[in-house]
Design a binder for this molecule. Structure first.
Ligand code: CR6
Length: 800
């Protein structure tokens, strides 16, 4: 049906009429989207079946990637590109008078994630399928994804997200593969044939129903599966209607909404329920599949790898133990051998507030059998520690999985897995040397680094088709399958016609974004100004505050002398703050307050504009990255584990202005000093300051006029804000001694901005720098990352 334009048009019209029973003229964009989506699903179904068959027949190892988040965004256009039928469809629709991009707009983003961690999982799925690797995702089908952000009077408001409202074209509900999950109740121990047995009594049962989404590889026949679990009531006999209603409500709330936290531990019982729900449903289904194919459960780890994305799915360790012992009848030692050769774990942060811990008093009643198993794992681990460090109570207490009434999920992950990786070189080093130093000494062989990556198919080929064509015209299209060969562009960095074409493409991408800003914000921005962009979650450590304070100081300078030498600048922000994160929401209000004044000040001759784009999400990001000149990656060094937005900007030719943090360090190493703008303290300096003290933010406040002025403006109503509005920000800087060194890094930040200002004047050299960045960005394709996971951690091979 997609072999050529004519056949596509015929099928499309036929399907449209059959489904909606109205004439073509009466159909809507939404009808077009639904029809196209269903056609694609049908089109891939034979490859989907075939991929499943392949994995059943070739006795190869499979990996299951367990993640509490998959931030997929939209799938239509990506699926078309991966299937190689995008042109047929776009042209075919055009013949029918339909604008494909209007149809694309009908798709709701699947926002089943907060930020980097969830988007990483989505990029990984794309790379796994494209590389023909047997790797599948397991997640939760949240009814409401990440909240929709509205900005009203400068403040963030949150609305429930409704991606499922019009149904989901991509998913297939598989009721026959549902499994039951047990919460609460008590464990009955009894003896049978001289063996201790465990039985879960009086449990509350929840049924997990899988909804499978095809994951389509790029120009290949591989179609892997993302299995999203929906929580539903099981056929329970309840006493009265009220009871049934309560049970139904509580059950459905398990997959009701995604927790809107990023880098933060959310200690809620519902969150724990979600975690166990995901893990138990996934493991039951993985083992059921395994047993259909192989007889011997003792060899499971040769055929299956289970990856836990951060600690949220770490209960996979005790759950696998439970199944192997209680259901498959293995003894502890054998079950432990299998488990610790099956599970691998990625750590995504060193922020201590993000390290999950559960109080026993909450955990034990909810998951009684799982608690018993964790307790036993802890006992045995502590015994080993005792052997190695006899008498060192302090160390054992520090490393124990259970201590002071709390269960430490990261410790459980470290003990129960065979591989532990960080997500950028510096991050892994910090884990080894600092945060997890004791564990590194005990299990040095488990630790390894896997620097994050992004799929260049979505973030370059889809998001920036003009740049894609330009690159292929210069170096051919080998880079599409081997992104590292983008390096060949280095030979053309001085090429005047490439530079010119690149400039024209950037310009047109900026015009497209300017149009969006006009429509959404009613602000006119100049597409020839420098687009300086910071888009990411709002968090103190990411230092959006540093950015806005610097903008305030630029504004002060301009007010004094509007004729100063300054390239016109448009500062663009996009960020959601966790609804309960009061401080982060104040920063959003500050950005909008500054924007309001600056954008309406005629005296500064449009040299400065500030825009906060509402409801930042994947589909918007696809318009933002290609339009950026400058990428702000300004976290306090040591705090950002990797970052992945930094890679998307780089791939689209923006120049990075950043600290030596996360993957910025590897970007710097690849492009060299001349092609990146680095500022501020490095991680060692920051960590040293945390450890030994000696920083006083007030000194910077009192001794630096520029800092003094902007910080005072938070208090003195300069921005026409209500009294006290920004006190929490003021206090964080001066009373709480500026935990993220905003004031300390301020001058260095302002200087590097001045350097950017000068560099932008030299158009040719700027474009050369931009080419170098694109050329070196292939290293950050998630294909590279996934190959490393596949070879070093999972030991899986392609199907074909
Ligand atoms: N917030 C890190 O902070 C990293 C991603 C993906 C994060 C970020 O630096 O790029 O994971 N960590 O590895 C967590 O979510 C815990 C993130 O997205």
């Amino acid at each position: 049906m997609f072999s050529n334009k004519e056949s596509f048009k015929r099928y499309f019209l036929q399907r449209l009429e059959m489904t909606y029973g109205k004439t073509f003229e009466d159909t809507t964009s939404s009808d077009h989207f639904q029809t196209l989506g269903h056609m694609i699903r049908e089109y891939v179904s034979s490859n989907w079946i075939q991929t499943n068959e392949q994995s059943r027949n070739n006795n190869g190892k499979q990996v299951y990637y367990l993640s509490i988040e998959f931030l997929l965004g939209r799938l239509l256009h990506n699926n078309l590109i991966n299937l190689g039928i995008d042109q047929v469809v776009i042209e075919g629709l055009k013949d029918l008078g339909i604008d494909f991009f209007e149809v694309e707009d009908m798709e709701h983003d699947a926002g089943l994630g907060n930020g980097g961690l969830g988007r990483l999982a989505a990029c990984f799925l794309d790379s796994l399928a494209t590389l023909d690797l047997p790797g599948h995702g397991c997640g939760i089908r949240y009814k409401h994804g990440l909240f929709e952000q509205r900005i009203v009077d400068g403040y963030q408001l949150e609305l429930p997200e409704q991606w499922l409202k019009q149904g989901q074209v991509w998913e297939v509900r598989k009721e026959d593969l549902a499994v039951d999950i047990y919460f609460w109740g008590n464990i009955d121990m009894y003896e049978k044939n001289g063996k201790l047995q465990f039985r879960h009594l009086n449990a509350e049962t929840v049924t997990a129903v899988p909804h499978d989404v095809p994951v389509i590889g790029y120009h290949t026949t591989t179609v892997n599966t993302l299995r999203l679990w929906n929580a539903e009531p099981s056929s329970l006999i309840a006493k009265d209607v009220k009871d049934i209603m309560r049970y139904k409500r509580e059950t459905e709330s398990i997959s009701g909404f995604l927790y809107p936290d990023d880098s933060n531990d959310e200690g809620k019982i519902l969150r724990l329920k979600q975690q166990y729900f995901l893990v138990s449903a996934s493991l039951q289904s993985i083992i059921r599949n395994y047993k259909q194919q192989y007889k011997n459960i003792s060899e499971m780890h040769h055929y299956i790898s289970i990856h836990v994305n951060d600690t949220h799915p770490v209960l996979a360790i005790p759950e696998l133990m439970r199944i192997l012992m209680d259901e498959e009848g293995l003894g502890w030692d054998e079950a432990w051998e299998i488990t610790t050769n099956t599970i691998s774990y990625t750590n995504h942060t060193t922020l201590s507030e993000a390290l999950e811990q559960w109080p026993i008093y909450i955990f034990q009643p909810l998951l009684p059998r799982i608690y018993m198993i964790i307790d036993e794992i802890n006992e045995r681990f502590c015994m080993k520690l005792w052997k190695k460090y006899p008498g060192d109570f302090l160390k054992i207490e520090k490393m124990a999985i259970i201590a002071h009434g709390m269960i430490k999920m990261a410790h459980l992950a470290l003990v129960g897995s065979y591989s532990v990786n960080g997500v950028a070189e510096i991050h892994t080093e910090i884990l080894k040397k600092r945060e997890m130093a004791d564990f590194y000494a005990f299990y040095p062989e488990k630790f390894n680094n896997k620097t994050n990556g992004i799929t260049h198919r979505r973030w370059l080929i889809k998001a920036n088709p003009k740049l894609t064509n330009l690159i292929s015209n210069i170096i051919g299209d080998k880079w599409v399958n081997q992104p590292e060969s983008l390096r060949e562009l280095l030979n053309y960095q001085e090429d005047a016609s490439l530079q010119e074409n690149l400039a024209a493409i950037k310009q047109s991408n900026k015009e497209r974004l300017a149009k969006i800003i006009k429509e959404k914000n009613g602000i006119l921005v100049d597409p020839s100004s420098i687009f300086d962009v910071q888009v990411k979650r709002l968090h103190a450590y990411k230092r959006q505050l540093l950015n806005i304070l610097h903008i305030m100081s630029l504004y002060n300078k301009l007010r004094e002398d509007p004729s100063i030498d300054m390239e016109p600048r448009t500062f663009i922000f996009g960020a959601k703050a966790s609804p309960g994160y009061y401080y982060a929401k104040k920063i959003i209000k500050l950005i909008n307050t500054v924007a309001h004044k600056v954008n309406n000040d005629k005296r500064i001759q449009n040299k400065l504009k500030v825009v906060f784009i509402e409801n930042y999400r994947v589909s918007l990001a696809e318009h933002i990255f290609p339009a950026a000149d400058v990428s702000e990656q300004i976290s306090t060094a040591s705090k950002e584990a990797s970052g992945t937005g930094n890679m998307k900007f780089m791939m689209n030719g923006a120049l990075t202005l950043g600290t030596m943090d996360g993957a910025n360090i590897e970007m710097h190493e690849l492009v060299g000093d001349d092609n990146i703008f680095i500022f501020g303290m490095n991680a060692d300096q920051v960590l040293e300051l945390y450890q030994n003290g000696g920083y006083s933010s007030r000194e910077y406040f009192y001794h630096d006029d520029r800092i003094h002025e902007v910080v005072n403006q938070l208090k003195n109503g300069f921005y026409d804000h209500p009294v006290g509005e920004f006190d929490p920000i003021f206090d964080s800087l001066l009373i709480e001694n500026d935990q993220f060194f905003v004031l300390k890094d301020f001058n260095s930040y302002a200087s590097i901005h001045e350097k950017v200002n000068q560099a932008f004047k030299n158009k040719q050299d700027w474009l050369r720098k931009s080419i170098v960045n694109i050329a070196m960005s292939g290293h950050f394709s998630s294909d590279r990352t996934i190959k490393e996971y596949a070879e070093d951690i999972w030991r899986i091979k392609p199907y074909i």
